[in-house]
Ligand binder design. Sequence first.
Ligand SMILES: Cc1cc2nc3c(=O)[nH]c(=O)nc-3n(C[C@H](O)[C@H](O)[C@H](O)COP(=O)(O)OP(=O)(O)OC[C@H]3O[C@@H](n4cnc5c(N)ncnc54)[C@H](O)[C@@H]3O)c2cc1C
Length: 448
Amino acid sequence: MTLPEGVKYAVIGAGVHGLSTAYHLAAALRASGRGSGEDILVVDKTAVAAGASGIACGVVRNNYFQPAMRELMAHSVDVWESDAEAYSYHPVGYMQISPECMHKDVASIYEQQKAIGYESVFIEGAEDSAKYMKGLFDDWQAKGITSVLHEKRGGYANNRASMHGLAAKAENEGVRILPGVEVLDFEFGSNSGAVTALNTNHGRIACETVIVGVGPWVNKIWNLLELPKTITVKDLKGKVHADVPMWKFWCLEEGTLGVDPDMHRMNDGRFPPVLHVDTDAPLYSDRDGRLITDRLWGIYYKPDFSFGGVQGGASPYKVDQDPDRVAIDPYGPESPEFVVGDDFIDMWCSALAHCQKRFEGQMPLYKREENSGGLGCFTPDNFPVFDTFRENVYVIADSNHGYKMIGVGKLVAQELLGEKSALLEPFRFARFAKGELHPTSHSPFPWS
Ligand SMILES: Cc1cc2nc3c(=O)[nH]c(=O)nc-3n(C[C@H](O)[C@H](O)[C@H](O)COP(=O)(O)OP(=O)(O)OC[C@H]3O[C@@H](n4cnc5c(N)ncnc54)[C@H](O)[C@@H]3O)c2cc1C
């Protein structure tokens, strides 16, 4: 393989952020007459979609308790909608179905969606919520629900197809994407901290600007950039915490019930929105009636032909290990350690049956033969960091929120060309020291 000796922009990682940045940067360079896609090289140690973007459930939603996240998501939904075909995007909408302990949080999300013009419907009260849900699905039976937020935009996209669509758009702009090229090390300038070259398994590439979009591998690249392993965090109450690890891992638990996706249609015959259900009603096993949990639990699901069934997931679990020791490779379904097991299958299939009668007794159809789930790497407050380090390294670390954030690359491209983005401003690294953290909700998920 022949590597270029030098490039203006070197992008590490061919997932959603690396590819979206490369594509939008190429288009912006061309439009402004300042260059073209030929100034950009994307390297990936494996291939397009080899990371989290290639295994993501693919849910695209606005539903976030944090105002800055909501505004950013609305921007990303615009990007998904701009070329639904190339991005393999299904604009079926999204529903957050919640118990009383989340009612206030979700009401405020609805109010703020109205304020930013993001179309949604909010139903309150147990009776009205049940009526609304039965109007969509006559077998609806979830318990403990007192509000329903129905986002009319959003939905889901097919993970690998969307990444290949994005890669094709970048290549059409002249971007070069090189699979099988792993960044092993950086060279730093002698008079500055800037990165002057990437050392890869195929040789050296000199570069002027580096864009890092390496998803769950961010801790490794962070270490190579000699950035701090622990940081100081001022919390929302003003209390200062020293030596907080910069990165931690959670394992996402997802899977597919191998039914015909057509069985999960609405009363009117259309495909449904992505459903996310949280409740504090006790959950009993659909296999043997045993109590699985009497604490707040949550699941999400959708019919999905590319997964070949009804696909979705539940809350992730924390990986209680030193981040430098977590075995990220082999990643995703290939991992011997971070794939779902029997507990997830029992919980998720039972939860589906708790929500809709059509799923009762279907657990044996769960696709056990296909491994699923995967690692995500999170920041101290579980929200993204989009910032420049060492003068010329733009790090896109989405804290595992990011398949839906296809628009971030467009904003990063804008910043690389010198125009600051107000939407990215709340996600700077300095927020940890300044105590400008994002508010937290009552959701059982670390990403809501
Ligand atoms: C199971 C699961 C389900 C998810 N579901 C959703 C969802 O429904 N909706 C949502 O919004 N988000 C979801 N996420 C989160 C989302 O997938 C990630 O936040 C997002 O895809 C990260 O994108 P990325 O471009 O940063 O990284 P990735 O897609 O992980 O891509 C990083 C790439 O970098 C490459 N790389 C790594 N190190 C190097 C190196 N040293 N040199 C060269 N290349 C390197 C890798 O090979 C990889 O291809 C999910 C995550 C998981 C794990």
